[in-house]
Design a protein around this ligand. Structure first.
Ligand SMILES: C[S@@+](CC[C@H](N)C(=O)[O-])C[C@H]1O[C@@H](n2cnc3c(N)ncnc32)[C@H](O)[C@@H]1O
Length: 355
């Protein structure tokens, strides 16, 4: 089998992710109260030292506006209006940061003491100064592994693969990445600081979820091989290196002592987010719109990473054609048999020791 690409690509740029991330936005609402509560409890810096809010895996930023605004509202009740708040959005260097700074309805409006900036580096490592972050937020990001640990011979998503070697390689990588993520964030956090994480997860009953969406993606890719749109070797290289961690996976680093890297778990909950695409379908019975919405979600979030399996991934015209083709084939497959998707998510609060 030909070698898989080394690491995932960022979300589709030029505003595509912002336009096609309503599924993620819906899940985020469930974690905002944890961020508000954390903003009310964290020890604050004394002016002129700014209060730093870090947003890990921001993509094009639209989905960061609600949580960051909510956190600032709570902080502002605790500080004077002149106390500087620094909001640092972080993502992979190749992410489309220009859109992030054009995103309207910004939390910057009406508060001259809030300052936004961005860091283009992987969150699997330290990317902000030690002891600088008061409040951290990361939504729908840490399910992305730092690297593609192995090809998946019978699928593009490891949760639906029956290959034991591939399953073991992904589980090992997910465990290692989660530890590195926690260690890195802990070093960046101030004493008493808090980090709220919302991530795709594994539910005891529903598993990884998105069953029909993943099935449609893999079937569409197999059809594209049959129809000569992509080669068999190209499909063999295509994987989505996301991993739904179970509650036990998320808590494993803390199992021995209740602490890991100076962090304690203040909250850890697996829950099922509402499938708003299905709810809309129940209202309008428009199967094509149903298929198009899930295909658009897949396009913006995973198609750029799948496209890394193409022979010439720098061939922009072929990449664009591949992404369009995948989206339209997925739309047709999902429209043919609409199904509610399970959307398992985990929300956590990690607290840095105050001493
Ligand atoms: C599904 S988007 C989530 C965006 C936004 N936070 C939201 O909730 O809609 C996942 C983001 O995580 C980013 N990401 C994945 N791996 C990363 C890494 N190692 N370091 C930084 N960002 C990463 C991706 O580039 C992408 O922008």
């Amino acid at each position: 089998m030909s070698e898989a690409p080394a690491s995932p690509a960022p979300m589709e740029g030029h505003g595509s992710y912002n336009r096609r991330s309503h599924v993620q936005a819906a899940g985020i609402a469930a974690a905002i109260p944890l961020l508000e509560e954390s903003a009310g409890l964290v020890p604050l810096t004394t002016a002129p030292e700014p209060i730093v809010i870090a947003d890990y895996g921001s993509s094009e930023g639209h989905n960061s506006l609600a949580p960051v605004s909510a956190a600032i509202s709570v902080l502002r009740k605790r500080t004077g209006s002149n106390h500087a708040i620094s909001v640092i959005h972080t993502d992979l260097a190749s992410s489309d940061f220009s859109v992030l700074f054009q995103t309207p309805d910004s939390y910057l409006r009406g508060d001259n003491a809030v300052f936004a900036s961005a860091v283009g580096r992987s969150f699997y490592g330290e990317i902000l100064p030690p002891g600088s972050v008061t409040l951290g937020w990361s939504s729908w990001a840490v399910q992305w592994l730092s690297r593609i640990p192995a090809p998946i011979p019978d699928q593009v998503q490891i949760a639906y693969s029956s290959d034991p070697q591939a399953r073991a390689a992904y589980a090992d990588q997910a465990a290692q990445d989660w530890r590195v993520f926690l260690e890195s964030r802990s070093r960046e956090m101030k004493k008493g600081g808090r980090l709220v994480v919302l991530t795709m997860a594994r539910d005891d009953v529903e598993g990884f979820g998105y069953r029909s969406v993943v099935a449609a993606a893999y079937a569409a890719l197999c059809d594209m091989v049959r129809d000569g749109v992509i080669g068999k070797a190209e499909l063999e290289r295509m994987v989505i290196p996301t991993f739904g961690r179970s509650r036990a996976d998320l808590l494993a680093p803390f199992a021995a002592s209740g602490y890991f890297a100076g962090l304690a778990v203040g909250h850890c909950e697996i829950f099922l987010a509402e499938d708003h695409i299905w709810s809309q379908y129940e209202k309008d019975r428009d199967a094509t719109a149903f298929g198009a919405r899930w295909a658009a979600f897949s396009r913006a979030s995973v198609a750029p990473t799948l496209a890394l399996g193409l022979d010439d991934k720098n061939h922009t015209a072929r990449t664009a054609l591949f992404i369009d083709e995948l989206e339209s084939r997925m739309t047709a497959k999902l429209a043919a048999a609409p199904e509610r998707s399970a959307i398992p998510l985990a929300k956590l609060v990690l607290e840095k020791s105050a001493v």
